[in-house]
Design a protein around this ligand. Structure first.
Ligand code: DAH
Length: 339
């Protein structure tokens, strides 16, 4: 009898399985209610007294090794299954990715691009390091114009002809030099001015330039376009154009949008008037068209330029322009946007 038990122990030790089902069948065979072990336990009463001790020890040994075997095989197979699940099941939900957020300047720039692209404007770009011609001369800025003052413009090295562009109007010039009308383009980009850095101004910021040149373009087209823009951008359609002066447009105007005076912030932002200045604009001066190789007798057009940073500060209620370039993650992480 004891020999039979020893044989079983040897068999148990040798046993291996590749599936949970096989382990379960093994468990039932040895440890189940009608299993081999129970047969031995039932046999116990028939064993002669002097053999009882050895018999009992052998049966216990068989029970322990069968139980250990079952547990070990189950553990091994379950962890294998888990691994298969983790790496092999492509329908499992992925570990969530930490998504970045867009910079408020990019959010606003993309909104502006989106709005103008819906009415047929394309996007053009130009270099940030410019020459005098594209930044000033072609735009009708005479040599004595205050914008050329060394205090406003960063010159590159000692060459007075090479500078960091002070506005995106330089891209107008480049675009007209390289394309004949009809022209409908907006040019977003970074510009530089030698100004003291404070909560309200920085030595670099961002603008979007707009240019529309075709036959018979009038001031009414300009106004309509701007009204479309302010409605889409701010949800406000009431605008006013104040006569102004820019060397590259004639006539020129500054555009205010009626923001309202509902909250204290409105009051502060608009200095109590309800009106907010958002851009400069005008009909492109015929001289500028000619400077850029476009026949001013056949074509006319309008241009406008606005600051992106200012709009971003406004829309997101940011109180200090320096935050836009400090790269503080606590600030940047607040801007999650689909655009
Ligand atoms: N370049 C001007 C600036 O930086 C903005 C501007 C005004 C652009 C009138 C224009 C315009 O195209 O027509 O302040």
């Amino acid at each position: 009898m004891i020999e039979t038990i020893q044989e079983h122990i040897a068999e148990v030790e040798k046993f291996t399985a590749t599936s949970i089902d096989a382990v379960e069948a093994f468990r039932i065979k040895y440890l189940g209610k009608k299993g081999i072990l129970n047969d031995f336990f039932a046999e116990f009463k028939n064993v002669p007294n002097e053999e009882k001790k050895a018999f009992g020890q052998a049966v216990n040994e068989l029970k322990n090794s069968a139980t250990e075997k079952v547990n070990a095989l189950k553990d091994a197979l379950e962890s294998k299954d888990e691994e298969k699940g983790r790496f092999g099941d492509l329908t499992r939900p992925a570990t969530p990715l930490e998504l970045g957020s867009r910079h408020p300047i990019s959010i606003v720039r993309n909104q502006i691009i989106d709005i103008f692209s819906r009415i047929g404007f394309n996007v053009s770009e130009g270099p940030e390091i410019e020459d005098d011609w594209h930044n000033f001369t072609a735009l009708n800025l005479p040599e004595y114009h205050p914008a050329r003052d060394m205090q406003d413009t960063f010159f590159v090295q000692t060459d007075p002809d090479i500078l960091l562009r002070t506005h995106t109007s330089s891209v107008q010039v480049r675009y007209m030099e390289n394309n004949q009308p009809p022209i409908r383009t907006i040019s977003p980009g970074r510009v530089y001015r030698n100004e003291a850095i404070s909560a309200r101004s920085h030595c670099f910021f961002h603008q979007v330039e707009g240019l529309y040149i075709d036959k018979g373009v009038s001031f009414a087209d300009l106004k309509q376009t701007l009204q479309y823009f302010t409605t889409e951008m701010f949800g406000k359609s009431r605008i006013r154009l104040r006569p102004s002066y820019f060397p590259f447009t004639e006539p020129s105007a500054e555009v205010d949008v009626y923001w309202g005076l509902e909250t204290e912030t409105d009051y502060k932002m608009t200095k109590g008037t309800g009106w907010l200045e958002i851009m400069g604009c005008g009909m492109v001066d015929p001289n500028v068209l000619e400077n850029c190789g476009i026949d001013s007798k056949t074509y006319s057009g309008f241009a406008f330029g606005m600051g992106i940073d200012r709009i971003a500060l406004l829309l997101h209620q940011i109180s200090d322009i320096r935050m836009l370039s400090e790269n503080d993650l606590r600030f940047l992480e607040q801007f999650k946007s689909a655009l």
